[in-house]
Design a protein around this ligand. Structure first.
Ligand code: CCH
Length: 287
């Protein structure tokens, strides 16, 4: 109920577009962070909120926003995501009718669009759950592992090889932080622009083991400024994955289309929608 009205307030597309616009405005205003944008860490928040999904037990996933609570907020994989949750807190205060679980996923959709990525259709319907719904630690992928682990973890969510590779293309965005994951550096030279650069560099660059005291990661031969995680390198070591890496490296349009489809699917895992897929909203990006 809003403003003392008798009828419950049922937000529609225009209301969610207002939330989108505020996120876009805040992204444009607050450039004094990392490489100049909170966009990448918002994408990561939406992914970690959703990627806990287990199709066998139908637990986890974006429906619930249980990362608000310990122990889930303290899981190693979620280190640094408080930054993203705090970024969205004023938006939640401004639009108290939106659930955290809808807000975090909407922000993930908005960030992809605002960083120059494909349109990411989105629909509301998630409800916040209590602390008991927190998922156990270990549902999100461990970057020090290889192809078998990637298939185990993403298979548990219900994805196939092609979808796993497409999703990992989000590493065109952002960077690793030594005080979060222990890894260090960006994957490409434009970490605030959504692109297929992650795949192009994986294929075209020579990747050597980085010599340092941190966890095993790879660095590019040409500039020694970029990085790949062991799980990223697994995408070109495994035949089933590599064919998709090559497709996406060659054709950015194909990557944008397939990424959008699978990211929409990720953000909706385990959500008992009343609405139909064709009712998804397409948000207008900022100018
Ligand atoms: Fe990721 N990711 N990710 N990732 N990720 C990290 C950062 C980002 C793995 C590990 C890491 C996806 C898949 C995987 C983003 C989006 C996605 C970091 C550094 C690690 C480690 C964290 C830090 O130190 O701040 C592993 C392992 C996998 C799969 O095997 C998928 C899927 C997505 C989204 C669809 C984004 C974006 C970042 C950058 C975050 C930032 O703060 O800049």
């Amino acid at each position: 109920y809003l403003n003392g009205e008798k009828k419950p307030f049922v937000p529609g597309q225009a209301d969610y577009q207002k939330v989108y616009d505020e996120i876009a405005r805040k992204l444009a205003d607050e450039t004094d962070y990392d490489d100049g944008s909170y966009g990448p860490v918002l994408v990561r928040l939406a992914w970690h909120a959703s990627g806990t999904y287990d199709k066998e037990t139908n637990t986890g996933g974006s429906n619930g926003a249980t990362m608000r609570f310990a122990p889930e907020s303290g899981h190693g994989a979620n280190a640094g995501l408080k930054t993203a949750r705090d970024f969205l807190e004023p938006i939640k205060a401004q639009f108290p009718w939106i659930t955290y679980s809808d807000l975090w996923t909407l922000a993930g959709s908005a960030a992809i669009q605002e960083l120059g990525g494909p349109v990411v259709p989105w629909r509301p319907g998630r409800e916040d759950k209590e602390i008991v719904a927190c998922t156990p630690d270990g549902r999100l992928p461990d970057a020090s592992q290889g192809h078998r682990h990637i298939r185990d973890v993403f298979g548990r969510m219900g994805f196939d090889d092609r979808e796993m590779v497409a999703l990992c293309g989000a590493h065109a965005l952002g960077r690793a932080h030594t005080d979060r994951s222990g890894f260090d550096g960006p994957w490409d030279f434009s970490p605030t622009v959504f692109s297929n650069e992650f795949f192009r560099l994986l294929v075209e660059e020579k990747w050597n083991q980085r010599k340092w005291n941190g966890p095993a990661q790879f660095t590019d031969k040409t500039t020694s400024t970029l990085m790949m995680l062991p799980t990223d390198i697994a995408l070109i070591k495994d035949k089933g994955f590599k064919s998709h890496v090559e497709r996406y490296a060659k054709d950015s349009d194909v990557f944008f289309k397939e990424f959008s489809d699978v990211y929409v699917k990720l953000l909706e895992l385990g959500v008992p929608f009343q609405s139909k897929p064709e009712d998804r909203f397409v948000f207008k990006a900022s100018e």
